[in-house]
Design a protein around this ligand. Structure first.
Ligand code: SF4
Length: 413
């Protein structure tokens, strides 16, 4: 199948020569969220218009957004919609994604307000939930029955290696995740399911229930890599309900219930934490038996951090490489060295070994839950979810020699 996704959002031109070597805390400050008028809060516009949903809905803020709700409807990434064949398109250097990323959807949207996220609540004044960009792309909405029918008929031609249910912060999200998972496992037996959870609304028994219903991997989007950055970008700093403590407590339950290699956490690099901060969380996760899934910060259009610079590539490559060594090569954080600003200065391996790992390129691919290619190769490849194709952060495909040469230049001497 031929495809063509041109990401709608062009990378802000901050000027390479003006970029610093790392995004520092005092500059990575979110804007203050606006207060939405009462009549548009909680999906007021969508529920007031009450347009009936008919089949696929492709985000288009020039028309009235239909009234769609999970579990009858789910949203999916543009890459997943192309791979499933429900939307036309092509992607740069890749024909498909290996992960069917599904997002629960409600007119009320996510009730949290995370500063870096395109789905955040503060956007309700200007954009209905199903029309919001998220990790740089649109998320078409599709009846869940249609998704199941296409998958049961082999319509993905074996290209999906994994499905993922992304919860959001909504009162129905826990129950609807159970329904979506149960219905998937009744009909689609050959593709494992990951859960991208919402700890704020969950308790230990919710984690246990998802495990008992056959979820394969449980993940937590911690995102902010230190308590300070967490509070500033996802907590009271932006009138958002999340807490560092609750996120880690659900992760600990997941480690206990799902077991080694079957849980993980998302971390975003470049929101004002140091490289040492983020790698400390990576090591902690590995010590617990899990893996970290990394994202480079990108200023999502419409978010409270859309005026800030993306993660400088030197910072990103160092963290990507160090994370890979900790997660898949058994290198410990305490073998690495850092300067006074928390930058990695030594990776704790002899140069020849390090060179071989860099040349293999796997460390610089998108990280996430594995598919069929190998334990260290993510099915969740999120094409261009954290960068434009012109300046790739996470490679959604195998690197060629030119790519590796570019990564080496970005890593520096
Ligand atoms: S909880 Fe998740 S979806 Fe909701 S605003 Fe925060 S990051 Fe976005």
């Amino acid at each position: 199948m031929s495809c063509s996704e041109m990401p709608r959002q062009v990378a802000p031109d901050f000027g390479v020569e003006k970029r610093q070597d790392m995004n520092i805390a005092k500059e990575m400050q979110p804007r203050v969220p606006d207060v939405a008028p009462k009549d548009v809060r909680n999906g007021g516009r969508v529920k007031g218009n009450d347009v009936a949903a008919k089949g696929l809905y492709r985000p288009d803020y020039r028309v009235l957004t239909p009234n769609m709700r999970s579990p009858e409807f789910v949203q999916m990434s543009t890459a997943a919609a192309i791979t499933l064949g429900v939307a036309p398109g092509k992607m740069y250097r890749t024909g498909c994604t290996r992960c069917l990323n599904l997002l629960l959807t409600y007119p009320e949207g996510c009730r949290a307000n995370c500063a870096y996220c395109g789905l955040a609540r503060h956007r309700e004044a200007e954009r209905d939930f199903a029309d919001r960009n998220f990790i740089r792309v649109d998320w078409p909405a599709v009846p869940y029955d249609d998704v199941l029918d296409i998958m049961a008929a082999g319509g993905d031609q074996g290209r999906f290696h994994r499905m993922c249910i992304s919860m959001i912060t909504h009162p129905n999200s826990d129950a609807d995740t159970v329904t979506v998972l149960r219905r998937w496992n009744e009909r689609i037996k050959h593709i494992p399911v990951s859960i991208l959870s919402n700890p704020t609304t969950m308790q230990r028994q919710d984690v246990q229930q998802l495990h008992d219903l056959g979820a394969d991997i449980f993940t937590v989007a911690i995102d902010a890599a230190s308590p300070t950055v967490f509070e500033r970008t996802r907590g009271s700093g932006v009138q958002s309900p999340h807490s560092w403590k609750k996120y880690w407590s659900i992760l600990e339950h997941a480690a206990d219930i799902f077991g080694p290699e079957k849980f993980g956490a998302h971390l975003i690099v470049g929101m004002g934490e140091t490289e040492f901060d983020v790698l400390t969380q990576v090591q902690k996760l590995r010590d617990m038996g899990g893996h970290s899934h990394m994202f480079a910060f990108f200023p999502e259009k419409g978010s409270l951090m859309d005026h800030l610079p993306p993660t400088p590539r030197g910072q990103w490559r160092r963290v990507q490489l160090a994370r890979y060594l900790i997660d898949y090569r058994g290198v410990k954080l305490d073998r690495m060295s850092f300067d006074e600003a928390g930058r990695v200065t030594s990776f704790g391996l002899p140069q020849a070994e390090l060179d071989a790992i860099i040349d293999a390129g796997t460390a610089f691919r998108t990280s996430g839950c594995p598919g069929k290619e190998g334990e260290d190769i993510s099915a969740c490849d999120r094409p261009f979810g954290d960068s434009p194709p012109s300046d790739i952060a996470s490679y959604p495909f195998k690197l060629n020699k030119k790519d590796v040469a570019k990564v080496r230049r970005q890593l520096g001497p």
